[in-house]
Design a protein around this ligand. Sequence first.
Ligand code: KG4
Ligand code: ZN
Length: 367
Amino acid sequence: HGSKLVLGIETSCDETGAAVVSVDGRILGEALASQAELHAQWGGVVPKLAQGAHEDAIDSVVQCALTTEGGGRIDPSDLAAIAVTIGPGLSLCLKVGIRKARALAREHNLPVIPIHHMEAHGLVARLCEWELHFPFLTLLISGGHNLLLLAHGVGHYTQLGTSLDDAVGEAYDKTARLLGLELGRGGGPALEEVAREGDPYSFNFSVPMRKFKNCNFSYAGLKTAVRLAIDAACPGAETRPISAATSAERKIRADIAASFQRIAVLHLEERTRRAIEWARNIDPAVDCLVVAGGVAANQVVRHRLEGVVREGSPNREAADGGVMRIAFPSPRLCTDNGVMVAWAGVERYRLGLMDPPPPPVTSTVED
Ligand code: KG4
Ligand code: ZN
């Protein structure tokens, strides 16, 4: 039934998100409370502070998601199910969302749909692109994980590659901090912006993992190389905000940002190019690359990966008539949000993959 509704709740990291999505893919209500400002002062997400911020925000974020654009109220008892992120993420933070989902489910006798955060990042592309069918290849690039997965179906993936150390988003965040950028909207967006003023060929960082002919990722070496370059070219940049830098120093920082970004993205391009080959050897029906997760909001990332897919297509066309497409969720659905969790819930609901309503409360002490 197209008008059935799923509420999604996301609290795995530093965004409190909730949304109501219908089984036929309409977003009825959504809300997001970001903690980026809070964590900017500490140079990273502090789990205990994040938990407190989720607890402060969760009730109003869910209330707000249950309010439609026109101001109408969605009665929780009209929901078909409640989807909630159960991992991966910070356990203190995940618990806030899970507790809220279970309480609502118990009160309104609704099933709970447990959601894997990274799967939600990838699946939301199917909400944005109606004609996106399995199997497809997906590159998931966020703050915590990098993954290259061959998606056969909901809950059914072959892992082609993963991050061996830092994820790409983490490398963006750390580099932004070392460069003294304004972190109020997050390190990734700040670095992307400053990099536009820089020369991406000014510093020569090496591309990670070239001798390993696989699809795994490593950003720890690049992070160290960037730190050494900063120590040499603009020591102490971290302690002097870029807004206070001279124009000459601003240019150096922008050059480092642009050079870091060129290599960080080149690593994504190389691994993805290989993964396209691997995926099509496993299943020749793979005809789409989905790029999702917070870093997929980046315009350089989007543009460069479009190039990878375009360069591969003419040969494939000659070989078997298959042309590779690329799909990105809209940028606001790439970074953590409630819509992706609600949509992943819809995908599972349609397949009957959910837990029955939680039992009545037998104790008043919650874990
Ligand atoms: O998916 P996400 O919101 O949360 C996790 O699951 O980790 O991804 C957050 C990551 C952060 O590291 C953030 O800096 C990065 O995505 N990010 C970006 C951009 N927007 C967010 N990185 C580069 N360019 C961006 N425009
Ligand atoms: Zn995420």
